[in-house]
Design a protein. Structure first.
Length: 489
């Protein structure tokens, strides 16, 4: 019964805390100015188009006359915008509910996926429920689910891809043993692995939302092959051989990377079929060719690759200052959460402020858990713990390479589910003991009290920072109590 009730309850909770006062700010906030209008034009034209000067006030009032049919240069792939635009395609663009409802549903789905991954790792409905609960009430996760940005869509596809790889791993050791018994070979290459294909599609969809999904494709593609090689070593005890990588590596590439690439290209169907920026670049001038591509490829391919190169150049050169930019080195301590919207009333005595600030007691616990988790992984070599740490690293470490780029702390939403899963893994070990070393009754009691107290603290923090999560009007003096660090305001 608990296995049925828990995900239903989590879904209801996630929806409830995300839908409340969804139109609290009936205007385009932060980067909604790009993604809402881009998503709207995708459904009308099949590609993103330009808008006239200062189009937001008219758009917010239900007037789209500032929209043109001239293609616009956009720097993120279209899949996330196709998903976020479903509400406007069904209900029109006049209401903030139509803009933001798909984001709410994506955020709620992410809570469910986190629950199922945590349940699979811990083999416990209760601990899976704890992970789902923490993500359901995390302030940043809520704000990101109530705002039309790409990052929650990215997080969902990343979680689905990693979850699919975990499902592939369920019977992996037995698969190697069966192969050896039947064929006598100890370096097999397995092709009948549908969950690898699912993972490839999910990671491709992540990259087709934001390019940072590629970090997870690379990290977990290599992780999957490494796990296969380790399975062969455990089954044979003959030592780890590079031949294992040479046999399973190409097979896994075919099963993961090829579907990912196909998914990415298909996401541009509107661009290929209807038009878009640089759509006819190669046809406009005979000199417009990608020099390293074969001449026999269609001109469409040259135009498409040129668009991707131009997008890459934009990203690496993006250094424009922003009031809420935050280099990755600041993320672990949550020094500069991103402010999304603010208003003041009564000469500043009453303020409304929305910030993508995580629940501090989830986030700081997660930062501690990273270092504890690294120590415990070195001690136990637990593969689930290692994969969870890898997910966090794939979402965090690459951004350390770009200290001068304009980046924001809310990018962390892509690995927040795995930060929470890491917390849950460590809490479970605290209560139940390490695998193969069960805890004493006294330790289980003390650990259970600690976990209960921690969940209560997180819940109180959710309520305390709710004005910042939902943008409720509050006296300035009371709002200041929520600015614990200088960068929080």
């Amino acid at each position: 019964m608990a296995a049925i009730v828990t995900p239903i309850a989590l879904l209801a909770l996630a929806l409830a805390v995300r839908l409340v006062n969804l139109d609290q700010f009936p205007i385009l906030v932060f980067d909604e100015t790009y993604y809402v209008k881009d998503a709207y034009t995708l459904y009308l034209h099949g590609y993103e188009t330009r808008w006239g000067d200062e189009p937001n006030p008219a758009f917010e009032a239900g007037d789209d006359s500032a929209m043109s049919d001239e293609p616009s240069f956009v720097v993120h792939p279209p899949l996330g915008k196709w998903i976020l635009g479903i509400g406007m395609a069904l209900f029109g663009f006049e209401s903030p509910w139509a803009w933001r409802l798909p984001a709410v549903l994506v955020g709620a789905a992410l809570v469910l996926v986190t629950y199922f991954i945590a349940k699979g790792i811990t083999r416990s409905t209760f601990w899976g429920g704890v992970a789902g609960y923490l993500l359901a009430i995390d302030s940043q996760a809520i704000v990101m689910s109530r705002t039309v940005l790409l990052d929650t869509v990215l997080a969902l596809f990343v979680a689905l891809g990693i979850g699919a790889l975990f499902l592939d791993r369920r019977h992996a050791p037995a698969r190697v043993v069966r192969w050896m018994q039947e064929h006598g070979r100890w370096r097999p290459a397995f092709l009948l692995r549908p969950w690898l294909i699912v993972a490839g599609v999910a990671f491709g969809a992540a990259a087709a939302t934001k390019w940072s999904g590629l970090y997870f494709l690379a990290a977990f593609g290599l992780w999957s092959v490494l796990m296969d090689v380790l399975d062969q070593w455990k089954a044979t005890k003959r030592g780890i051989s590079w031949l294992g990588f040479l046999t399973q590596g190409p097979a896994s590439f075919l099963l993961v990377v090829v579907p990912a690439a196909a998914t990415y290209v298909v996401s541009y169907a509107g661009w290929f079929l209807r038009g878009g920026y640089y759509r006819n670049w190669a046809e406009e001038d005979a000199a417009n060719r990608i020099s390293w591509l074969p001449d026999w490829l269609p001109l469409d391919v040259h135009s498409f690759v040129h668009y991707q190169i131009s997008t890459y150049e934009f990203h690496v050169e993006l250094t424009k200052d922003h009031a809420f930019q935050s280099p990755a080195i600041e993320w672990l301590l949550m020094l500069r959460p991103t402010g999304f919207a603010s208003e003041s009333h009564d000469d500043g005595a009453v303020v409304q402020y929305v910030s993508a600030m995580p629940n501090p007691f989830i986030w700081w616990a997660g930062t501690v858990a990273i270092f504890v988790g690294l120590f415990m992984f070195g001690r136990t070599m637990n593969t689930a713990l290692g994969a969870t740490l890898l997910a966090i690293a794939a979402g965090y470490v690459p951004w350390l390479l770009y200290p001068d780029r304009t980046i924001f702390s809310f990018y962390t939403i892509v690995y927040t589910p795995f930060l929470i899963i890491l917390i849950v893994i460590l809490l479970r070990w605290l209560v139940c003991g390490l695998p193969g070393s069960p805890a004493s009754p006294d330790r289980r009691l003390a650990g259970s009290i600690f976990v209960g107290g921690y969940l209560l603290l997180v819940t109180i923090a959710y309520a305390f920072w709710s004005p910042v999560t939902y943008g409720y009007p509050i006296d300035q003096q009371w709002m200041r109590l929520r600015y614990w660090l200088p960068g929080w305001r």
